[in-house]
Write a protein that binds this ligand. Structure first.
Ligand code: TRP
Length: 447
């Protein structure tokens, strides 16, 4: 089925680390803590874990299975299994990739800038003013473009020599940094207050549909689901891989990093007495509160802060790579475009779109609501219908061609057919309403 000349991962843990690299990113260390702070702490975390198990894992296994089975990029994989009628869903994936990477590049640009500045000058005393100065305008645009160039450069190197090599080198560094930082944070005065804030909650928040919407959107965003990124990576995978095992490995590593990042963020914030700032949480919170904490900590803060920002930048790079790869792989498969040209052309177009977010932080927020929440939930919903109902039992043979684990796989199919679409249909309504009111507030001046 898959054509013989298509590149493959080299075997070993290259694929797993690349997929974990896609999943672990700004979503874990920035979006997760800010969402948890905004949505009632542990209530959000519990809901997030439930959604990861009930919705995230089944969709992840579906993406892995479709990708490996077809050995093609999302658009072509959907056509391969479902015919031309399903091509638009592939188009939706590519669109989501465009929108998400465009603003993700801007956030990553801030991160890289912080990392470089921390090493060269340390953190400025007034973090809020500094963030105000760098988050919008020419500076934000320049760092975004530089980050995009790096991302394009890696993707143009190919699956084995670009993506896999970078993931093998960088993911272990990220893991060590995050765990080390959490251990350090545990020694701070105020760590206990930080943990308490992280783990206690009003449980009523669990029943709040806004919390459900954010937790589901976050699960998709953090696991890189709903737009064919995992599908694309799996298309370079060989037949022998045990896909359910990979799905569990990727999802649990992703959760572990998000959870541990919370163990870094909250103690730091409480040790420095900056908790009010987190309560008033907005998109930029982590980019103001944490640098403020590092600045207030003096010399140690500079070292710790630089390490934190480097970890964040590493996560951002390996994630951005996977976003671009979806778009590039689609162009290679559909238009027979050479990889290097596809990477620079399409990556360049995405970088230009990102300028919109670089010059206007309100647009960045809006692109996150539409791309990072609504489009992913819509993609996940459509994909579960496709895998569960259009393919159905046929899908099972693609997971384990030898018919292993039949019972567990049947349960998976039931989840894909009923549980996943039902939950996502509800979430979709709230995501669409949220995205719409953000659009309306912006263009019609109402909220
Ligand atoms: N998962 C990444 C993060 O948490 C972001 C990301 C990478 C992503 N690839 C994706 C999100 C594909 C959605 C779809 O930062």
């Amino acid at each position: 089925m898959s054509n013989g000349t298509r590149e493959k991962w080299s075997g070993g843990i290259g694929f797993t680390l690349a997929a974990v690299g896609s999943a672990v990113g700004l979503g874990n260390m920035w979006r997760f803590s800010y969402m948890a702070a905004e949505n009632g702490g542990a209530a959000f975390v519990i809901l997030y874990v439930l959604l990861t198990l009930l919705v995230g894992l089944p969709v992840m296994l579906a993406e892995l299975t479709l990708g490996r089975g077809a050995g093609r990029s999302p658009v072509q994989a959907l056509i391969h299994y479902g015919g031309r009628a399903w091509a638009p869903l592939g188009g939706l994936f590519v669109l989501a990739g465009f929108v998400i990477l465009a603003y993700y590049g801007v956030l990553a640009g801030w991160t890289v800038r912080y990392a470089v500045e921390a090493v060269v000058w340390g953190f400025p005393a007034d973090a809020g003013a500094h963030f105000g100065a760098i988050s919008e305008g020419h500076g934000a645009a320049a760092w975004h473009l530089a980050f995009m160039a790096l991302t394009i450069f890696v993707v143009s190197g190919g699956v084995k020599n670009g993506i896999e090599r970078v993931s093998l080198a960088l993911m272990p560094v990220l893991g060590v940094l995050v765990v080390g930082l959490a251990l350090y944070a545990a020694t701070l005065d105020g760590a206990v207050d930080g943990y308490r804030y992280y783990f206690t909650t009003e449980f009523a928040a669990i029943l709040n549909p806004d919390v459900l919407r954010d937790a589901a959107g976050q699960a998709f965003f953090s696991l890189s689901l709903g737009m064919g990124a995992i599908l694309t990576y799996a298309s370079y995978l060989s037949r022998e891989r045990d896909l359910p095992r990979e799905a569990v490995l990727i999802a649990s590593s992703d959760f572990a990093v998000a959870f541990i990042a919370g163990l870094v963020v909250f103690p730091l914030v409480f040790a420095l007495g900056l908790q009010e700032q987190v309560g008033a949480s907005t998109l930029g919170a982590l980019f103001v509160t944490l640098p403020q904490a590092f600045a207030d900590m003096g010399g140690t803060g500079r070292v710790i802060g630089a390490l934190f920002m480097v970890a964040l930048a590493v996560g951002a790079l390996t994630s951005a790579i996977s976003l671009l790869e979806v778009v590039v792989a689609s162009a290679i498969d559909t238009f027979a475009m050479p990889r290097v040209r596809a990477a620079w052309l399409l990556g360049g177009a995405i970088a230009l779109l990102g300028l919109v977010a670089a010059y206007d932080i309100g647009m960045l927020d809006l692109m996150d609501k539409i791309g990072g929440n609504l489009l992913l939930v819509l993609g996940g919903f459509s994909l579960s219908i496709f895998a569960g109902w259009v393919l159905g039992p046929e899908l099972l043979d693609e997971v384990h061609p030898d018919g292993r684990q039949r019972l567990a796989l049947r349960l998976w199919l039931v989840m894909l057919r009923f549980v996943v679409p039902a939950i996502l249909a509800v979430v979709l309504v709230y995501s669409a309403a949220d995205a719409w009111s953000a659009v309306a507030a912006r263009w019609f001046g109402e909220g």
